[in-house]
Design a protein around this ligand. Structure first.
Ligand code: FMN
Length: 366
């Protein structure tokens, strides 16, 4: 699949997620099979770019091509200026956010709130496409609400104005995240345009990815929440799409290595104080992904297992060295007490690029 001059290594995108898809997480997902990964949204208001938050969001040093920066805003001239500046700073694709229902963005008539004002959508797309030489892509929802699924019209407008790819989340703005994603409108959008379309919403396995590709006719899939705590989902989907078979989940030693390396990257990127705090939510996701059926006891006074107790301590650790030590101990204890099940299958020869010790028991993490 191509976007402008870039051929993606896989038809798999990491969805932009504010507060999640920072540079360390994007690099991790790309190394585990994602073909493209957009930044967390950057406000189009350049007056706010001096903040640590914006600086981190615009940092894509060391990332493989194509480097995608997502911008959010509701004023065409500001969006054009933001696009121009990000392209100067090294963005190779500018992605426009018209998919986010977050109040902070929508209160300023940005994100998915724009979908009900098609002339403003046109003005923004036209201004941004004209402002930069790099490809411009657009992320939308299927419409404003279930009575106004204007996604196909927005898609045709975008294509006519020079947008080079679309990502479509199969919910309306009014749906927020409720109910299952629907794919019929994504199919209608795909049939309305010739530019590549990413199908997005509730994709959490290779089998689901294949089913959504078949149902929508989309060129690629985009994965958001299912990658939290499970960045290896990209190589699992990739494997399924190419072989039709499930890739066995990573052995627990590999999970440990990925998780600890991720923590180190967060400390390096944010500094120790902020890095430890950002890491806490990722640790919660690693745990939720590793133990999908496990009741969380972290808010109770008595921990049920020693792994629970270690997890609770890890969640309040203040320093990198303590957090790392407890993360390692938690995973070992969880494997030891059986709350992360061991498996026995050997990995298939084309099973991606393992970083861990395959001789150890396999953790059931999927
Ligand atoms: C925590 C969080 C933050 C998000 N931030 C953004 C964002 O900055 N820009 C955007 O276009 N979409 C954002 N989204 C929406 C996702 O990109 C995606 O469309 C949505 O989660 C549905 O995909 P999924 O079911 O695979 O998670 C966010 C979603 C979540 C859960």
């Amino acid at each position: 699949m191509r976007i402008g001059p870039f051929t993606l290594t896989a038809p798999l995108a990491l969805a932009p997620m504010a507060g999640v898809t920072d540079r360390p997480f994007r690099l991790l997902c790309r190394s585990l099979g994602a073909g493209i990964a957009a930044s967390e949204m950057v406000t189009a208001d350049v007056r706010l770019w001096h903040t640590a938050k914006s600086r981190h969001r615009m940092d894509h040093r060391g990332e493989p091509e194509p480097r995608v920066v997502q911008i959010a805003g509701g004023e065409p001239a500001m969006m054009a200026e933001a696009a121009r500046r990000n392209a100067e700073l090294g963005a190779q694709i500018i992605d426009i956010n018209m998919g986010c229902p977050a109040k902070k963005v929508c209160n300023r008539a940005a994100g998915s709130a724009l979908l009900r004002d098609e002339s403003l959508v046109a003005a923004i797309l036209d201004a941004v496409v004209r402002a930069v030489d790099v490809p411009v892509t657009l992320k939308i929802r299927t419409g404003w609400d279930t009575e106004h699924r204007n996604g196909p019209r927005i898609a045709r407008l975008a294509e006519s104005l020079g947008v080079q790819a679309l990502a479509v989340h199969g919910r309306t703005r009014a749906d927020h995240y409720q109910g299952p994603a629907e794919y019929a409108t994504i199919r209608a959008i795909k049939e309305s345009v010739r530019i590549p379309v990413f199908a997005n919403g509730d994709i959490d396995s290779g089998a689901k990815a294949r089913a959504v590709l078949e149902e929508t006719g989309a060129d690629a899939v985009m994965i958001g929440r299912a990658a939290q705590g499970r960045p290896w989902i990209f190589r699992e989907i990739r494997h399924f799409l190419t072989s039709g078979r499930e890739l066995p989940p990573p052995v627990h030693a590999e999970v440990r290595d990925i998780m600890l390396a991720h923590l180190e990257q967060l400390y390096a990127f944010y500094g120790e104080h902020a890095g430890v705090r950002v890491a806490r939510k990722h640790l919660g996701w690693y745990r939720a992904a590793a133990m999908p059926d496990h009741q969380s006891h972290r808010d109770e006074l008595i921990a049920v297992t020693s792994a629970d107790a270690l997890f609770r301590e890890m969640r309040v650790a203040e320093s990198a060295v303590v957090q790392l030590t407890l993360a390692r101990a938690w995973l070992e204890a969880a494997v030891g007490d059986g709350s992360i099940a061991g498996g026995h299958e050997e990995p298939e020869p084309d099973a991606g690029t393992p970083t861990g010790d395959r001789s150890r028991p396999r953790a059931k993490v999927a």
